[in-house]
Ligand binder design. Structure first.
Ligand code: NAD
Ligand code: IPM
Ligand code: MN
Length: 729
């Protein structure tokens, strides 16, 4: 059945993120009819209510309402900006969001948070905020009524006088709290949370705190499988920053929940990422946690992600859970990929650009798995041991189809290893940890894993027996210190190490997998190979590599940038400058990128040396074997023959004339342009080539050799076949 979705964009960035994100509804092609309504400050000024009557009518007819954001101003501005005919009538401005929440009885404000961006452990929790009473109940006034003066006694009140004071009342009712707590426990059960935490201040607000606590425990008693916890709200704020993974559902009074939810948004990566839902019995409206952000409104800097996720929450509410999952997945993909982010997330993209990337990810999700590498050992940091594992593990993971997103190398210190583990787990599907599994006191990796995942270390007798057999087999005495190598975090799958005493282990944590291996390459690499061979295969995105000679990195990036923008293709591009070559790599996530690849081919053809990063010289060596060849440029020949067994046969048939260093001596001053030209004659085939390069230092000889090798290659069939393209003469 067609659902009615009412959109109230509001003002400021509310309008901007609505406009950027709403096209997702067209893409998802759902039976939803979208309608727009008016709301906001202008209506207060003109009509004395920020929600016009017609909008209330639309709200009543809708299955769900989406709100952008609305700016509100203080008490004085509210009176001053009213049209003169409405002034002095005692009209009171109430924020439209509060009106919606109160009038529709949307008692539960649900604000889910999870690790989307930033550093630290993965976490997922939800703040459920009381939405109709508490400190937002509306009992907020300047001046203390005489009737309360018997109860409201305070030395400062006596000093100021009743009219020089202000009071706000935190109203909490059994009716309000029972329905809220019931909702919180139901929500926990439905969303797989095993703990509900009441964040309040019972140690200070002793009466209202006790009242809420009793009701909370009364409701909790009906939910046997869910732990009920009561905490001081300040301690909850601390833990949200330090260990958010400990929470499930956090339930709080209106103002406390307001504050906690902005804090939690900060922990999940920023207000630009946090969605929310206002839920009542049969009614609901949805809005990002953020406001109208006047400081950035109109600048194209607003992050649209929170709005996308909010639309996802609305879709889930209307029964379109699969569509909501697609939006969540697309936002996660774009945020984690990190290439198209608004400034609040450290990027330079506009609202529209980031929204386009999310929309693209909704239609063409990328299922590439992400991996992080953590190497442990002081010796790696100071260069005493070359960290070849980082490169080898990275290569193997990438060949197995993973996108390797980070390598951390850390000293043998618990806090450093824990931080590296947490960051890896928070960003990746797989974390490979390497080193620190030995028997000495500085081998701390297993302890760090146990601490981060909050698991105990358990003794494994089989591993102990294996260690003993191995050591006694070598005639070594078993030392008590070896016992630590048989300790594994609870729930580990132990990985045998045929080449050493340190067994590895594997653990799952939420959706991530942690693979912990010993440090020595001949131990860890075969273990990793075995694990990867047994794992399901993840085909990597199709990728292209062009190794180019005679181009400047920045020029080529500008050309590629223009072509990519023109085709709007979903690709990742990276550049590697390794003198004298530039490698351009492209991963393609979109079949529509094909014409873009053809265009890049065309632009690169004149500079293409290989498609796999291999240099011209490396390609030439095997092809020259057995030929008789001659180079008649002295200096180049000397450098060239240093790399190739000389053929001093003066009756050579293949003649290469190299004028590489013709226009300048190969000596300081290193400045200006070196013009190289080369004439190749191989059998009946002839070619003439030219290249101008910066005369930057003695390494230009390297350039000359690669140019010479490339010139020769372009007359050899084997090379032309390998490139599958015509040479450019
Ligand atoms: P705010 O959420 O508008 O802004 C707080 C900070 O976060 C600002 O620095 C802002 O630039 C940044 N920010 C917020 N959303 C962002 C996004 N999507 N991308 C990048 N940065 C973002 O809160 P505020 O400054 O306290 O309030 C501004 C106005 O919004 C006020 O008039 C307030 O009443 C109103 N407000 C409305 C709602 C709502 O309509 N639901 C919610 C909160 C605040
Ligand atoms: C929110 C906002 C609102 C609130 C304001 C705009 C009234 O900050 O939704 O968090 O305080 O509830
Ligand atoms: Mn708020």
């Amino acid at each position: 059945m067609m659902k009615k979705f009412l959109v109230l964009p509001g003002d400021g960035i509310g309008r901007e993120v609505c406009e950027a994100a709403l096209p997702v509804l067209d893409l998802l092609n759902l039976p939803i009819q979208c309608e727009f309504g008016e709301i906001g400050w202008d209506f207060w000024c003109q009509e004395g209510n920020a929600i016009p009557a017609a909008t209330w009518h639309q709200i009543d007819m809708a299955d769900a309402v989406l709100l952008g954001a609305i700016s509100s101003k203080g008490k004085q501005a509210a009176e001053a900006e009213l049209v003169p005919t409405l002034q002095g009538r005692g009209l009171r401005y109430t924020s439209p969001v509060l009106q919606l929440r109160q009038r529709l009885e949307l008692f539960a404000n649900v604000r889910p948070v999870w690790r989307l961006a930033g550093q630290g452990m993965p976490f997922r929790c939800a703040i459920i905020r009381e939405n109709t009473e508490g400190l937002y109940a509306g009992f907020d006034r300047q001046g203390v009524p005489e009737s309360l003066s018997d109860w409201l006694t305070h030395p400062n009140l006596a000093r100021s006088g009743l009219d020089q004071a202000a009071i706000s009342v935190r109203l909490q009712t059994r009716f309000g709290l029972e329905r809220l707590f019931r909702y919180a426990f139901d929500y926990a059960g439905a969303n797989g949370y095993s703990r509900v935490t009441l964040a309040d201040k019972p140690n200070v607000l002793r009466e209202s705190g006790q009242f809420a606590t009793d009701i909370f425990l009364g409701i909790a008693a009906h939910y046997a499988g869910i732990e009920a916890e009561i905490c001081n709200v300040d301690a909850v704020a601390l833990d949200l920053v330090r260990q958010p993974q400990r929470f499930g559902v956090i339930v709080a009074e209106n103002l406390l929940g307001d504050i906690l939810s902005d804090l939690a948004a900060g922990v999940m990566g920023g207000l630009g990422l946090a969605p929310s839902a206002n839920i009542g019995h049969g009614r609901a409206y949805f809005e990002p946690v953020h406001g109208s952000a006047p400081d950035i409104a109109g600048s194209g800097r607003a992050n649209p992600a929170a709005m996308f996720l909010t639309i996802g929450m609305a879709l889930r509410h209307m029964g379109f859970a699969a569509a909501a999952d697609r939006i969540d997945g697309a936002v996660l993909q774009v945020v984690r990929q990190g290439r198209c982010l608004t400034p609040d997330l450290g990027g330079a993209s506009t609202t529209q650009d980031m929204a386009s990337a999310i929309l693209q990810a909704v239609t063409r999700p990328r299922h590439a798995l992400r991996a992080s590498i953590v190497c442990v050992g002081e010796e790696l940091l100071v260069g005493r041991v070359l960290n070849s594992n980082a490169a080898e593990i990275g290569r193997r993971l990438s060949e197995a189809g993973y996108v390797v997103t980070s390598q951390h190398t850390c000293p043998d210190r618990l806090p450093a290893i824990q931080q590296a583990l947490a960051d890896g787990l928070g960003q990746s599907d797989l974390v490979v940890v390497n080193g620190g599994l030995g028997p000495t006191p500085d081998d701390l990796t297993r302890h760090a894993v146990a601490a981060v995942l909050q698991r105990s270390l358990e003794f494994d007798a089989t591993t102990m027996a294996n260690i003993e057999t191995r050591m006694t087999g070598y005639g070594l005495k078993m030392d008590p210190s070896n016992r630590v190598q048989a300790l594994f975090p609870q729930g580990s799958r132990i990985l045998a190490n045929p080449n050493g005493t340190a067994a590895g282990f594997e653990l799952d944590w939420q959706a991530c997998r942690l693979l912990v291996l010993p440090g020595p390459p001949r131990e860890c690499l075969p273990m990793l190979d075995r694990v990867l061979a047994a794992a399901p295969k993840h085909p990597a995105a199709p990728s292209y590599c062009w190794t180019l000679l005679g181009v400047v990195e920045s020029d080529i990036a500008a050309i590629v940038g223009r072509i990519l923008a023109e085709y709007g293709a979903a690709v990742d591009v990276s550049y590697l400058w390794r003198y004298p070559y530039v490698d351009v790599r492209l991963s393609v996530f979109d079949e529509r990128a094909a014409p873009c690849v053809i265009e890049l081919e065309r632009r690169f053809a004149a500079h293409l040396v290989s498609r796999d990063g291999v240099s011209a010289m490396t390609q030439l060596l095997p092809l020259l074997a057995g030929r008789r060849w001659l180079i008649d440029d002295g200096i180049t020949q000397q450098a060239f023959t240093n790399r190739l067994p000389a053929s001093n046969d003066t009756s050579a048939l293949d003649v290469v004339r190299m004028k590489a260093l013709a226009n300048r001596p190969l000596a300081a001053p290193w400045e200006g342009v070196l013009s190289m030209s080369c004439q190749v004659q191989i059998g009946a085939r002839q070619g003439k080539y030219r290249l101008d390069v910066p005369h930057r230092g003695p390494e230009v000889l390297e350039y000359a050799c690669e140019f010479l090798a490339w010139s020769i290659l372009r007359n050899l069939d084997a090379f032309l076949v390998s490139l599958k393209s015509e040479p450019c003469l």
